[in-house]
Ligand binder design. Structure first.
Ligand SMILES: [Zn+2]
Ligand SMILES: [Zn+2]
Length: 189
């Protein structure tokens, strides 16, 4: 059996059985535990399986908590929901760009990508290249200060001309939301 065939077989077993001991994999495949460890290394690096104290386990589906915002716990069913792709390939959901930005601000090193939806076009866009309009005069019925996301700066500027607010790039937007939150309620000095 080639290493890729053993990998496929190991994946299938873990998929079917939920978990698998390394010794058991070694016995079934007729190879040493060393070889099993070598075989699974790319699988663990790609986040396809987990190495646990007990052996190998299925990566729990990232959608488990996906219906609640990772930051504030609100539902994430609206079209303003933001997806945060972690460096370890897990996916988190935020209810809106407000929480998406704050979450990113908290966990920068662990985040590979932030995916938003364009407020007007309803298309998927990467947050780093998006424009953020904060404090516009519309109701999203989510978190304050409200953050609207636009893929095109031009659209964002046109929208701001009608509805007001302040326009930011990604990093500035994180700062702006953080500052407004810090300045709010309990901590105003
Ligand atoms: Zn939230
Ligand atoms: Zn929200």
């Amino acid at each position: 059996m080639l290493p890729v065939e053993r990998q496929q077989q190991i994946l299938t077993w873990i998929e079917e059985e939920g978990a698998l001991k390394v010794s058991e994999a070694s016995r079934r495949l007729g190879v040493s535990e060393m070889t099993v460890y070598r075989d699974i290394q790319p699988l663990t690096e790609q986040g396809k399986i987990l190495k646990t104290s007990n052996g190998l386990a299925r990566v729990s589906l990232p959608t488990v908590r996906a219906d609640h915002c990772v930051y504030c716990g609100k539902g994430t069913s609206s079209r303003f929901a933001v997806q945060i792709i972690r460096a370890d390939h897990g996916v988190e959901q935020a209810c809106c760009a407000h929480c998406g930005l704050l979450r990113y601000g908290d966990a920068k090193e662990d985040v590979a990508q932030v995916i938003c939806r364009d407020y007007l076009a309803d298309t998927t866009i990467g947050a780093r290249s998006a424009s953020f309009l904060i404090g516009a005069d519309v109701r999203l019925n989510c978190c304050d200060p409200q953050v609207l996301v636009f893929g095109s700066r031009k659209d964002a500027e046109r929208f701001r001309a009608g509805f007001g607010g302040e326009l930011y790039g990604f990093d500035e937007a994180i700062q702006a939301v953080q500052e407004e939150m810090d300045g709010g309620a309990c901590c105003r000095g």
